[in-house]
Design a protein around this ligand. Structure first.
Ligand SMILES: NC(=O)c1ccc[n+]([C@@H]2O[C@H](COP(=O)([O-])OP(=O)(O)OC[C@H]3O[C@@H](n4cnc5c(N)ncnc54)[C@H](OP(=O)(O)O)[C@@H]3O)[C@@H](O)[C@H]2O)c1
Length: 322
């Protein structure tokens, strides 16, 4: 899949390509036996992901920090699909306390969990620390999802074991993972203000999304667990994600309009990886335009993935104690 396929929308080996929509890639799929959590499901790609999962009859939990926006998203989905099963729960990924509270609230619902879509994200923010004292893009895009996934894993394993249905975890990464700091991840100065670069910090967090997916996939395979973990780049889509770089992105779009997608196309790769029967048993891979792609060499570095895993656990332990 190269630039020609991206521009023309020509399908790749999967039968889908950059022009495919979330509805097209899930045509005929019955997800009525599935429960899914979509983080950041109140806007952009996450909202379309939640809508199409509900259209395919999955029970969808929209996890959002802005609960009013999440309720509006639910109403929007119900407007065209009266039988949609959608619930909303509060989740602020840049707060360890909020992630733990979300998991408690979800567990209290006593639902199974088949699909976890780690979709929420922020991009190109000015330097800021989370309430736990961790750089905001790393805290939101990677660390919050890392903790959330770990806390939900027993539930997902139980669901997969008792139902015999494969669980799937999808991490929303980005092609921006290639534009990171030298050495990949700033382990020694993750919070440093002086060396902070908003673009590289975003790239670093998106690299972390792939490394997290790969290391978790490896661990689950070792355990023989029936859960797959993959990462995706959704394409370039104008969404509220661009709020910190609106002018830059609008200018970029003027000159590169032919490679931009709309939101239904932007959600296609997530939905393909989450629901398509062809992907049964496929794990530890990276998808772009609904086709497998090779990510950067850092993203394929197993030692880096293990180091990030330990580093993330230490950050969470440290923040939980203070
Ligand atoms: N759009 C693109 O071109 C593009 C390209 C590559 C990758 N991606 C990735 O795709 C994913 C979805 O992005 P999008 O384009 O759909 O952007 P979006 O519309 O801004 O969606 C991101 C969602 O994440 C939520 N979020 C942000 N911080 C959060 C926090 N601390 N806790 C919980 N939720 C939080 C946002 O909620 P609020 O509304 O409250 O901020 C929003 O609902 C992101 O991971 C992004 O990195 C997007």
């Amino acid at each position: 899949m190269g630039i020609f396929a991206l521009v023309t929308g020509r399908p790749g080996p999967s039968g889908f390509g950059s022009a495919s929509t979330a509805e097209q890639v899930t045509e005929g799929v019955d997800a009525s036996n599935l429960t899914a959590i979509v983080t950041g499901g109140a806007s952009g790609i996450g909202l379309e992901t939640a809508r199409v999962l509900a259209l395919r009859r999955a029970h969808v939990i929209i996890a959002a920090r802005n609960i009013e926006a999440a309720k509006e998203a639910k109403q929007l989905i119900l407007k065209d699909n009266l039988s949609a099963r959608v619930d909303v729960l509060t989740l602020d990924l840049c707060s360890i306390k909020s992630v733990r509270a979300f998991v408690d609230s979800f567990n209290a619902l006593d639902l199974p969990l088949n699909l976890l879509i780690n979709n929420a994200g922020v991009m190109f923010c000015p330097h800021r620390l989370s309430e736990d004292g961790i750089e905001l893009q790393f805290a939101t895009n990677h660390l919050g999802h890392f903790l959330l996934t770990n806390l939900l894993l027993e539930k997902m394993k139980n669901t997969a074991r008792t139902t015999g249905v494969e669980g799937r975890i999808v991490n929303l990464s980005s092609i921006a993972h290639v534009h990171t700091y030298k050495d990949g991840i700033h382990f020694d100065n993750i919070n440093d203000r002086i060396s902070y670069n908003d673009k590289r910090a975003y790239g670093q967090s998106k690299l972390a999304n792939i490394l997290h997916a790969n290391e978790l996939s490896r661990r689950l395979q070792e355990e023989g667990v029936n859960i797959t973990v993959n990462s995706v780049h959704p394409g370039l889509i104008m969404t509220p994600l661009m709020r910190h770089s609106a002018l830059l992105m609008r200018t970029l779009k003027l000159f590169t309009f032919w490679i931009w997608k709309n939101v239904p196309q932007g959600a296609a790769t997530t939905l393909y990886v989450a629901l398509h029967p062809k992907l049964k048993g496929v794990t530890g891979k990276y998808y772009v335009d609904c086709n497998e792609m090779k990510p950067s060499s850092y993203a394929r570095d197993e030692k880096l993935a293990k180091k990030l895993w330990d580093f993330s656990n230490k950050l969470i332990d440290g923040a939980s104690k203070s």
